[in-house]
Design a protein around this ligand. Structure first.
Ligand SMILES: Cc1ncc(COP(=O)(O)O)c(C=O)c1O
Length: 383
């Protein structure tokens, strides 16, 4: 049976051209570590790692490579900010569209006396801006918000949120898991304090590598969540105060960084606007086909200025899990059904607890695959 991968919201596949080759070359031909060996191969490798930090700076309008921290994924970057900053008595604001990568670390701090406000979102996933402004309190230290919903694709207005945070003097961390590599993100324009990234989704790199971009002000306030060797200031029994070492304990995922480096070259060459245009064209074609069918709700906003190409469907007449099973078993179409690690978002969208069937189109999908998926849904619905 043919296979059609429509689960790019979970992880992109295939990866950008050159990623696999670069990683294989590193493992078979280079293989050494950085910051820990005094030989040429280690110095050359340090330059590639630095180049990768520079490319992230360029892509996100960020100024200083020293404040680009490599992490295993966005989940780690979010934890580094949330758990590294907040102390008992502090207050954090999140949206009701968050992934558990934001919701769970915040929830876990409640026991330690951190207050958490969850700002409501509409049935289409838009943040209630009035409620957001009203949520600020004297002890608010941090706002954490996802840029694009991993459930329905709705984009939250990061620029407007960043402006309010700047006016109130509150740190703003953006979870760009679903938007990096797809939408334009400008660290300065959005007034960000932290940009949390994962390499394996829209950035088209491998799993296991992400990055955290931080302002010097926020970096100075964070307590490292992980302590260990950095290959620097080894006489100290505490983490170095300088960046990025302060937040990069342990050996870096070098094969991952090499893969991300190749992926970023592809994203830079292709351009996020072209990548987004392709996803938009495919997703709109699918939405148009779904709109012709009865008893299917396409969740999220429709306006392409405020959404990405992730399409989540709620079937009124058939069990959503049954649809996802039939798509896989009968047609080889890979989607993701359920709550997508985002119960808050599903509560906002009115799709909790059953969840939705998510079709996440990627840069390598074709119109023919979209029409094949639409035909499969039509047949499963008995039309
Ligand atoms: C919005 C959002 N945040 C965070 C994550 C967590 O990503 P990772 O597993 O790469 O840490 C995801 C993954 O699906 C996501 O969609």
């Amino acid at each position: 049976m043919r296979k059609v991968y429509l689960d790019n919201g979970s992880t992109s596949f295939p990866k950008a051209p050159g990623v696999a080759e670069a990683m294989a070359h590193f493992i078979t031909e280079v293989g050494c570590n950085i910051s820990r060996g005094g030989y040429e191969a280690a110095y050359d490798l340090s330059e590639v790692v630095y180049e990768t930090r520079s490319m992230l700076c360029r892509l996100f309008g960020f100024a200083d490579e020293k404040y680009v921290v490599f992490t295993p994924s966005v989940t780690y970057g979010l934890n580094f900010v949330i758990k590294g900053l907040l102390k008992p008595g502090d207050h954090v604001i999140i949206s009701a569209m968050e992934h558990n990568a934001v919701a769970r670390p915040c929830e876990s701090l409640k026991e330690a006396g951190v207050e958490v406000s969850v700002v409501a979102a509409s049935r289409e996933g838009e943040l209630d801006m009035e409620a957001f402004e009203a949520a600020f309190a004297r002890n608010t230290r941090l706002v954490v918000m996802s840029h694009a919903s991993n459930v329905c694709g709705t984009v939250l207005d990061a620029e407007a949120v960043g402006k309010i945070c700047a006016e109130k003097g509150v740190y703003f961390a953006l979870d760009a898991a679903q938007s990096a590599g797809i939408l334009e993100i400008d660290f300065k324009k959005f007034n960000l304090s932290a940009l949390c990234l994962t390499g394996h989704k829209g950035l088209l790199g491998p799993q296991g590598i992400g990055a955290l971009l931080l302002t010097p002000e926020l970096a100075a306030e964070l307590t490292p969540v992980i302590d260990g060797g950095t290959g620097s200031a080894s006489h100290l029994l505490t983490m170095p105060e300088f960046m990025p070492d302060k937040l990069e304990a342990g050996t870096l995922n070098l094969p991952g960084i090499i893969g991300l480096n190749a992926a970023l070259k592809y994203v830079e060459k292709t351009g996020t606007a072209a990548i987004f245009a392709k996803e938009k064209q495919l997703a709109q074609l699918f939405i148009d086909e779904m709109d012709k069918l009865p008893d299917i709700r396409v969740t999220g906003v429709r306006d392409w200025g405020r959404r990405v190409g992730t399409v989540s469907l709620d079937f009124a007449a058939i069990d959503n899990a049954e649809v996802a099973y039939e798509l896989d078993a009968g047609y080889g179409i890979m989607t993701r059904c359920g709550l997508h690690c985002a119960p808050l978002a599903h509560q906002s969208l009115g799709t909790y607890p059953a969840g939705t069937v998510r079709f996440a189109f990627g840069h390598c999908n074709t119109e023919e695959e979209v029409l094949y998926a639409a035909r499969a849904v039509r047949e499963i619905c008995g039309r």
